[in-house]
Ligand binder design. Structure first.
Ligand SMILES: [Zn+2]
Length: 223
C-alpha cells in the first residue's frame, strides 16, 4: 500500500494530510451525486476535505427542505458559520419597546390586577358615600351620580384600547417566539442529520480500513 503524507482535495485543490481528508468512494450516494453535479470531472478514488464535505452534506440536507424562506436561510447560514441561533426573545422584545408601549403594558398589567379592582371599588364607595351624605348640603355629584358615570364610561372606553394594544403586542411577541422556536428546532434537526451522516461515513470508513488490514494480514500470513 502506498503511503502519502498529503493529498489534494478534489474540490478546493488544497493539500491536506490524509487524516484530514475523506474518500469519495465511501460517501453516501446522495452526497456523492451532489458533488458530481458541481464537479463533473471527479474520479471515485479522489478525496475531499472536511470543510467541503460539510458544505455538500449541508446542501444535501437543504435539498429535502420543502421551501427556503427567510427563516430557513437564517438557519442554513447559522449552521454554515457555526453561529448560535438561540436567544432570549422576551429580553430582546422588552428592550425594543417604545415609551407608549411600555406605558400601555404597565396600564394593562395594573388594570388586570386585584389592587386595581380593590382601589377602584373603594374609590366608587367613597364617592357614593360622600355624595349621598345628608350632612352635605350641596354635594357636587348627587344621586344618580352622573359625574361618576361619566368617569366610569371614560375609563372603560380608554381601558379597552389600551388592553387591546397590549394584547396585540403580546401576540406579536408570541409569533416572534414561535418563529424563533421553529428556527432553533430546524437548526437542531440539521445538525443532528449532519452528525448522523458523519457517523455513517466514519463507520463505513472504519469498516473499509478494517477490511484492508484483514486482507493485508491474510497476505502476510500466506507469505
Ligand atoms: Zn477542500
Amino acid at each position: 500500500m502506498t503511503r502519502q503524507t498529503t493529498t489534494k482535495c478534489c474540490i478546493c485543490g488544497l493539500k491536506f494530510e490524509n487524516s484530514h481528508l475523506f474518500p469519495l468512494l465511501l460517501l453516501k450516494v446522495e452526497v456523492y451525486e451532489l458533488i458530481k453535479i458541481s464537479q463533473p470531472k471527479l474520479r471515485k478514488n479522489d478525496f475531499i476535505c472536511f470543510k467541503d464535505l460539510n458544505h455538500y452534506k449541508l446542501k444535501s440536507i437543504q435539498k429535502i427542505l420543502p421551501q427556503v424562506k427567510t427563516s430557513e436561510e437564517k438557519v442554513i447560514n447559522s449552521v454554515k458559520n457555526q453561529e448560535f441561533l438561540s436567544k432570549d426573545i422576551h429580553h430582546t422584545y422588552h428592550e425594543k419597546r417604545t415609551f407608549g408601549e411600555k406605558l400601555a403594558d404597565k396600564v394593562a398589567t395594573f388594570g388586570g390586577s386585584w389592587s386595581f379592582i380593590i382601589s377602584f371599588t373603594l374609590f366608587i364607595i367613597i364617592w357614593i358615600i360622600f355624595n349621598s351624605y345628608k350632612v352635605l348640603h350641596n354635594p357636587f355629584d348627587p344621586f344618580p351620580y352622573i359625574l361618576l358615570n361619566l368617569i366610569l364610561s371614560c375609563l372603560a372606553a380608554l381601558q379597552a384600547p389600551i388592553i387591546m394594544m397590549s394584547q396585540n403586542r403580546q401576540e406579536a411577541k408570541d409569533r416572534l417566539r414561535a418563529t424563533h422556536d421553529y428556527e432553533v428546532n430546524l437548526k437542531a434537526e440539521f445538525e443532528i442529520r449532519m452528525l448522523n451522516s458523519k457517523i455513517d461515513d466514519y463507520l463505513q470508513a472504519s469498516l473499509q480500513r478494517i477490511k484492508q488490514l484483514e486482507e493485508q494480514q491474510e497476505k502476510l500470513s500466506k507469505a
